[in-house]
Design a protein around this ligand. Sequence first.
Ligand code: PLP
Length: 386
Amino acid sequence: MKQETAIVHLGRETASAVRAVNPPLVRASTIVSDSLATFRKGYGEKVFDSLRYGRSGTATTFELQRMMAALEETEGCIATTSGLSAIVAVLATFSGPGRHVLVSDGVYGPTRAYCEKVLVPAGTDVEFYGPADDIKARIRKDTSLIFVESPASLTMEMYDIRQICAMAKSANIPVAADSTWGTPVFFRAHALGIDLSIHAATKYINGHSDLLLGLITGTNDALEKVRAQCDLNGTHAAPDACWLTLRGIRTLSVRMRRHQATAMELAEWLQNRPEVRRVLFPALDTDPGHDLWRNQFSGAAGPFTIELTKCDEASFARFIDSLRLFALGTSWGGFESLVMPAIPHHLRNAEQADEGRLVRLHIGLESPDDLRADLEVAFAAMTGTL
Ligand SMILES: *Cc1c(COP(=O)(O)O)cnc(C)c1O
């Protein structure tokens, strides 16, 4: 089955019992068993979609988990309360006193904050590495995890995932990736060698900006310790979020292709605007990460960053405040366009931060013509030519 077909047909196993197209939403805390044998079976086996207690999921959760594992071409999936809780579960599993964890620079801000404010004080040696750094030279005897997010949040640098995975494999170290930007449509995480692929399903997978959900995929072996971590911490997602995500995901492949087409069109147009110094988007052939992107992704998602030419605070505010279709808000991955001043965590104290102003755009499903017109008005307001 091609992926487009799988997105439509998987995750509907429980629908036929109620003769509906969509699977029913099953909410439960207590799960009741018809016999002692059934009760024991739920707890006794290494089966991850066995009914035990609401925290480990209901039929609704299992539908989404099975579907996501299939889309990611692997065995298992854990649904958690948010993208951040999924990242935290993975980092917490492989960290601890005396352990060394390698994390790519420019990871999602809250991922970095968790490393710096929780892992480091608790005794983990967290080392950040850049896209040009030699991973092999950084791997140590006590390295317990390599975490990568590519492209980097906000600054969009690409990492050589194949190379990172090859180095990690020869040293027997697991690699976890934040795969949110690529989605399973454009990014085959496990085929590239990643052991644990993490998605903020909050973004494109749900696609409607109305819930938080994290998904972690991998083989059952790779997931074993993470499952235990989630069980100990009660990190599991609510069935409601899984059910809405099963609705949202049906259009994922269509949405991604449209996000890509409009993002490409606007990025190319923005590149030639006098108000824009730089467009940070690996899908552009002028981007330093372009070859890595071509090599590892089959498409590009809708968020990218632009660097405006130097402007004062008042002009910058006029630019942001004049936008009508680009709503001012964090996040991305919904059907709608968004804009946000981007202050990358790892550049926060650096001089680069006040040089050019970085703005993160999320290109939604609107007409590219309308989005371009919206930006044109905002540029005119910014430069005072309106
Ligand atoms: C939004 C996001 C997250 C966090 O997801 P939440 O569900 O909002 O917690 C993690 N990684 C990336 C790359 C994101 O964009």
